[in-house]
Design a protein around this ligand. Structure first.
Ligand SMILES: Cc1ncc(COP(=O)(O)O)c(C=O)c1O
Length: 384
């Protein structure tokens, strides 16, 4: 599968997403559109639920969750028992913070654009100092991280890819810095997983959280939480579910990640999430990343040609699918584009706009975005 969007494999993948027939949907970093196979999986679940709830309860849910756990584990290079299915990335971020021992006087290093749910849970911990990595030209100054850690650092906590800049961290380097002082590397991969390869063993990530609804082409209400196996066994979970047991007066926790799965899950989305993974796996390994980087590169080049301030680095290893750029009127631009069949996102307060191409997009979608963007810029020109 080459980078060329006319390649049949990309056309077949695109055809699985009905929205592509009418709109240029460029908002994968918010929510992926529903694909036909994922929809069929949801409908199959609904049919079974209506006709035979006992089968859902006794077989379907357990089988689907087991398969999904295994598929996610193989995606991140972990064992299936090391992965918990949870309800959101934010849940995983909170669990990681709650599991780590952080006595008063300890500190945590976060980059200044980390996702709120990787930062706020630390603020519930008394006496833990938050050390922020400064931003230079909108991007975290990663070279400063070694100067921020010391022997009282309990964690470095980052979004692998930042939702506001599209910047991608080099996780191996951060893991080496964290581990040198005995700290953990906590990673929120909500904006990278599905596009960028992330192997937990190779990178040395200790805690990893990511949801299914964005780049993994799955549904809301399903996310994944990985903890390095030795930490999993050493650190008490913040909450206990019904799969634990009391034996000889002692609490026995389920082994591995399932200890974090308290009870029933979002069963209706399990099959749909598996279809998302199947779609991503329907093209050769590595080609999703190169295709998305090609498309996001076309977006960056088009913006730079127009003299726009682009926050996302041009260098391929420093980005994934998100392209963020400055815009004086994000709400007006978003509405203008939406009326022309182009879906993107923006934040008024931050004067920021985002375009997030994924595998179901093609060069025509990007061209449609630029056509509408140029029309917007012309419409905003002051009258003579
Ligand atoms: C980096 C990052 N983490 C987490 C989230 C939220 O994920 P969830 O709704 O699964 O908690 C987002 C959503 O934009 C995000 O960008």
């Amino acid at each position: 599968v080459g980078p060329d969007g006319s390649n049949p494999a990309w056309r077949d993948l695109r055809a699985q997403f009905p929205i592509t027939a009418t709109r240029a949907y460029l908002f994968a970093g918010g929510m992926a559109p529903l694909s036909s196979p994922a929809r069929a999986a949801i409908e199959a679940y609904e049919a079974l639920w209506a006709s035979d709830p006992v089968a859902v309860y006794s077989e379907y849910a357990g089988e689907q969750a087991g398969s999904l756990r295994s598929e996610i584990a193989s995606l991140i290079g972990a064992a299936p028992e090391d992965v918990a299915i949870v309800d959101s990335t934010s849940r995983g971020n909170n669990l990681a913070v709650q599991m780590l021992a952080a006595p008063p006087g300890s500190n945590v290093v976060v980059d200044s654009t980390t996702y709120p749910t990787a930062l706020y849970p630390w603020l519930l911990r008394d006496g833990v100092e938050i050390r922020r990595v400064a931003s230079v030209d909108g991007l975290p100054s990663v070279a400063d991280v070694p100067n921020l850690v010391d022997d009282r650092t309990v964690a470095i906590s980052v979004s692998h890819v930042c939702r506001l800049t599209g910047f991608r961290h080099h996780l191996e380097a951060l893991a080496a810095i964290a581990h040198a002082v005995g700290a953990a590397l906590v990673v929120d991969a909500a904006q990278s997983m599905g596009v960028v390869r992330l192997d937990v063993r190779e990178t040395g990530v200790d805690f990893l959280s990511f949801g299914a609804m964005k780049w993994l082409l799955g549904t809301p209400g399903i996310a994944f939480f990985y903890v390095r196996p030795d930490l999993q066994e050493a650190l008490p979970p913040p909450q206990v579910g019904g799969r634990a047991a009391v034996e000889d007066g002692k609490l026995r926790l389920p082994r591995g990640g399932t200890r974090h799965e308290l009870s029933s899950l979002n069963w209706s989305g399990l099959g749909a999430c598996r279809e998302g993974l199947r779609l991503l796996g329907s093209v050769p390994s590595g080609s999703v990343e190169s295709r998305v980087l090609d498309l996001s590169g076309v977006v960056i080049d088009g913006l730079l040609e127009r003299g726009v301030q682009v926050w996302t680095p041009r260098e391929r290893s420093l980005r994934a699918g998100i392209v963020a750029f400055e815009c004086g009127a994000p709400d007006r631009l978003r509405g203008f584009l939406r009326r022309r069949g182009v879906d993107v996102w923006g934040w008024q307060r931050r004067r920021l706009m985002r375009v997030d191409p994924h595998v179901y997009n093609d060069e025509q979608d990007v061209a449609r975005f630029f056509e509408a963007y140029d029309a917007f810029r012309r419409s905003e020109l002051p009258d003579d």
